[in-house]
Design a protein around this ligand. Structure first.
Ligand code: NAP
Length: 242
């Protein structure tokens, strides 16, 4: 019998790790596979979960990971939870005066190109004859329609680019997998390494633990169907404008 697998790319991150833990706890999948550049602290492989090394910017590592996943089973849920808020050593740009090619390139590379390459190698593993879901974690600030405060140029624009990539993937994916769903999801404001420097003004009710965000995201994913493919949704299931 086919083993159905859930795959979390970026399992070393705050939300990615919480998603993998929640998927293991639910036990709805025969196996949970976590991908990241280095083994997450405290992660041990067992009957329920396996860690595989992969860098979303290294296609050879993604191809090797895909081959290992295929040997374990068929992934019907793939979540890309990688992301980067600003270039290493500096935060997101507050003004156009901070823009430079290196910072913008890094944002697009990590937030748009990397998830696109992960999709290139992992989406072909999804089943053709049964429902599946591919979700990339985006961010509400990647919404052009919702942008009222400006700033964070590279992060906003690279998440908008990710949204376009996911929408385009959804169109191509549906041609061979009409039951497949591809979406971009906003996890809420979550207390992780990525957001830590920017949480000072966030009220406690708006700040999620990774565990709470993961639970909300899985609930949203469970409720999505082929009619939702190509969409951009928040942690509570509400659609976000492009
Ligand atoms: N936290 C929030 O409030 C918030 C809000 C909106 C959207 N999001 C989005 O939610 C997602 C998860 O964020 P998070 O808060 O969990 O951040 P996080 O804890 O910083 O996790 C991000 C993960 O991405 C991984 N990553 C970066 N580049 C990679 C690469 N080339 N190959 C493999 N992994 C790579 C990092 O791995 P390393 O550990 O190896 O660097 C890190 O573990 C991101 O897409 C983020 O933009 C977060």
């Amino acid at each position: 019998m086919t083993t159905l697998i859930a795959v979390v790319v970026g399992v070393g991150g705050g939300v990615g790790r919480a998603l993998a833990e929640a998927l293991c706890e639910r036990g709805a999948h025969g196996h949970v596979v976590g991908l990241s550049r280095s083994r997450p602290a405290g992660w041990t492989d067992n009957d329920a979960r396996t860690w595989i090394a992969a860098d979303i910017l290294d296609e050879a590592s993604l191809a090797a990971a895909a081959a290992r996943i295929a040997a374990i089973g068929v992934p019907d849920r793939i979540i890309v939870a990688t992301g980067r808020l600003g270039a290493v050593g500096r935060g997101p740009e507050k003004t156009m005066r901070s823009l430079d090619l290196a910072g913008l390139t890094e944002a697009f590379t990590h937030n748009a190109a990397g998830p696109a390459l992960a999709a290139k190698h992992l989406l072909p593993l999804t089943p053709r004859d049964r429902p599946s879901l591919f979700a990339a974690l985006s961010a509400r600030v990647g919404s052009i329609g919702d942008n009222r405060s400006g700033g964070w140029y590279g992060y906003r624009a690279s998440k908008a680019a990710l949204n376009m990539i996911v929408h385009t993937l959804a169109i191509e994916h549906a041609r061979t997998r009409p039951l497949g769903v591809c979406v971009a999801l906003h996890p809420g404001t979550v207390d992780t390494a990525l957001s830590a420097p920017f949480l000072a003004g966030v009220s406690p009710e708006r700040l999620f633990t990774p565990r709470r965000s993961a639970a909300a995201l899985l609930k949203v994913m469970d409720a999505l169907g082929p009619g939702d493919t190509g969409g951009f949704f928040a942690w509570d299931g509400s659609p976000i404008p492009w």
